[in-house]
Ligand binder design. Structure first.
Ligand SMILES: NC(=O)c1ccc[n+]([C@@H]2O[C@H](COP(=O)([O-])OP(=O)(O)OC[C@H]3O[C@@H](n4cnc5c(N)ncnc54)[C@H](OP(=O)(O)O)[C@@H]3O)[C@@H](O)[C@H]2O)c1
Length: 307
């Protein structure tokens, strides 16, 4: 990880220890930055043999990691999505453990899906959530449970997460890549490095007493799927994908994909960037995709089977 990148975020205070519950795509990136800053991080995954796992935590299992190993944790980031029942896996199984830790801050990664459909208007943390999709209703229930947990919680609402190995560039590995066109439809996004940066910034701010309960972490430029894929094609020097109107594309879409296209909103980052002073590393998809391209090229050059 480049030193300049690591240095651009405020480190946790000395003697702090971070526990990342659910070290998947976002959790692992946060953990790697904090480790590179010289602080102790413990990561959970459902299987101890998974890459990056220090402890095993699976809410479906009866076994919990031993509390003795976790008694000095000062900060927690929960990246684990709600259970199908709408309960939060961490609060259901791990609350007693959390209550035994000398916690200064807990971040809960939520989604901007809780805002529902704003018909393309901007949404801020002051808007009353109006979730429409069952998964967003479950998410809001988890947010509420965290708010009432008695723990030092901050809720971080995320739009579509992208980054190296998980971006519009990957669409071009698929020969069927196409642009779905729905006039007026935009999606908000966030690059995974800005999740890491914002988490560290918010921990730092909270230690200074600036602690809004809910913060959106989104980039500056909600954009259509078409603009993003066109730019990705340009970066990869590939022909532009064919364009298919949404009305036709919907016939072959999964229920999950359709649900994403049923909501149209622009997520404001005013609180994070203007009031709390976070500077985005990737303010828009163009900056973010150029970063993803560096990793994409590296992968292509080192993997002979990569097409
Ligand atoms: N992807 C998006 O675009 C997006 C957008 C907005 C919000 N979010 C939310 O933001 C959070 C982080 O997203 P992400 O994409 O970084 O997530 P991710 O890569 O899918 O990681 C999720 C983590 O949760 C763990 N997990 C899942 N169910 C669990 C359970 N029942 N018990 C214990 N651990 C469990 C997974 O364990 P394993 O490592 O063992 O798989 C994984 O480490 C998630 O809550 C996600 O729903 C995602």
């Amino acid at each position: 990880m480049p030193k300049e990148f690591v240095k651009s975020f405020p480190p946790l205070r000395p003697n702090s220890k971070l526990l990342v519950l659910g070290a998947g795509f976002s959790g692992r990136r946060v953990a790697n930055v904090v480790k590179a800053q010289g602080r102790t991080v413990i990561c959970s995954r459902r299987n101890i043999n998974s890459s990056g796992a220090d402890i095993e935590f699976d809410s479906n299992s009866k076994d919990l990691p031993p509390i003795d190993d976790l008694k000095t944790i000062t900060h927690v980031l929960s990246c684990i999505p709600p259970l199908a029942t709408g309960e939060d896996p961490v609060l259901t199984k791990f609350l007693n453990h959390l209550q035994e830790m000398p916690l200064q801050w807990i971040g809960y990664l939520s989604t901007t899906g809780v805002y529902g459909d704003s018909k393309g208007e901007w949404v801020t943390e002051n808007d009353i959530p109006k979730p429409q999709q069952p998964r967003s209703i479950r998410r809001l229930a988890c947010e509420e449970a965290w708010k009432h947990s008695g723990l030092p919680i901050q809720i971080l609402r995320l739009p579509g997460i992208y980054g190296p190995n998980r971006s519009a560039l990957e669409n071009f590995k698929n020969e069927k890549c196409k642009i779905i066109e729905k006039p007026g439809q935009v999606f908000s996004r966030i690059h995974v490095d800005d999740i890491a940066g914002a988490v560290l910034h918010l921990i730092h701010k909270s230690s200074q007493g600036e602690w809004p309960l809910v913060v959106n972490i989104a980039d500056d430029l909600p954009t259509s799927n078409k603009d993003v894929l066109n730019f990705a094609a340009k970066l990869l020097e590939k022909p532009l994908p064919i364009v298919e109107p949404f009305e036709r594309a919907i016939e072959e879409m999964s229920a999950m994909a359709i649900s994403f296209w049923q909501e149209n909103r622009r997520v404001s980052n005013h609180l994070l960037c203007k009031e709390l002073g976070y500077s985005l590393l990737h303010p828009d998809y163009q900056s973010g995709l150029k970063d993803c391209l560096k990793h994409f090229k590296y992968q292509k050059n080192t993997n002979p089977n990569y097409s």
